[in-house]
Ligand binder design. Structure first.
Ligand SMILES: [Zn+2]
Length: 268
């Protein structure tokens, strides 16, 4: 199985697999990034103590592969908020000061932003002019709370970024094909977003419940464009995490025991 496509390079090396995005590889001299694949698992907030040894081992493995130092990993407690934080001086895994953070931005070098995903949408941000990066966890709840919009506002405010320069990469995520919801979730989206008719598709009725399919990637793209990001600078990897759950941890497919993939991005 190979996830390579016009925007994606699938790397298989030394027994591990990960993907990288061609657009970000253009800046390889100042930027390192990846999205890990199975079997690497980075655990979650709730099972970190239990999985700590394996998680640290996996960080070491992927960081070795990318030639970066795992000690520079910074990872927040993600709780589906829309809180985007500029990285402070402290870094590490699950520090108290990084609770309830679902997006990091930084212009510091050698700090590895690591957020983890199992179906939620990873958004990588890179401003090559101001040399600033971001890693944004936009699950469906984060999407409703417009974390993508908030992260761009924050880059403008903190780094004086011009949105026209910012490159956004949308990583593997649950897509319309698998994001099946019922009236309760559909209504939340309808309430929050106008002009969303092309984003919600009516599905079948199952067990007397009407199902719908929602395209959260399209919502995020639209949100980014409303913030002034150029369409050609929004790169969608096009990969559905549920369709490709052989290689990608998927909550929808695997439930509570699902592992986590990590998206990493670092300025060299
Ligand atoms: Zn799918």
């Amino acid at each position: 199985m190979d996830l390579s496509n016009e925007n994606v390079v699938h790397v298989k090396k030394n027994g591990i697999e990960y993907i990288q995005f061609k657009k970000l590889l253009e800046y390889e001299d100042i930027l390192t990034h990846c999205f890990t694949l199975k079997p690497l698992d980075f655990g979650d907030n709730s099972n970190y103590e239990e999985k700590k040894d394996i998680v640290i081992k996996n960080y070491k493995t992927i960081c070795n592969e990318l030639n970066i130092d795992y000690k520079n990993i910074v990872r927040p407690y993600q709780t589906h908020t829309n809180n985007v934080k500029e990285l402070g001086e402290d870094f590490g895994i699950f520090l108290d000061e990084n609770k309830d953070i679902d997006g990091f931005i930084t212009n510091k070098r050698n700090k590895i932003l690591s957020l983890t995903y199992a179906d939620c949408t990873p958004i990588y941000l890179f401003d090559p002019v101001k040399k600033a990066i971001g890693n944004i966890h936009s699950g469906w709840q984060g999407t409703v709370k417009k974390i993508a919009k908030k992260s761009i506002e924050k880059m403008i405010q903190v780094y004086n970024s011009n949105p026209e320069n910012i490159i956004c990469v949308i990583g593997p995520t649950i897509r319309r094909c698998h994001f099946e919801v019922e009236d309760d979730v559909k209504d939340i989206f309808l309430k929050e977003f106008e002009d969303i008719k092309d984003i919600i598709t009516k599905g079948e009725i199952k067990e007397s419940k009407q199902k719908y399919y929602i395209d959260t990637v399209k919502i995020n793209k639209r949100m980014l464009m409303e913030m002034g990001i150029c369409e050609e600078n929004i790169i969608d990897c096009g990969i559905c995490s549920v369709c490709n759950s052989e290689l990608i941890h998927s909550y929808r497919k695997e439930g509570k025991t699902a592992g986590r993939n990590t998206a990493l991005i670092m300025l060299k």
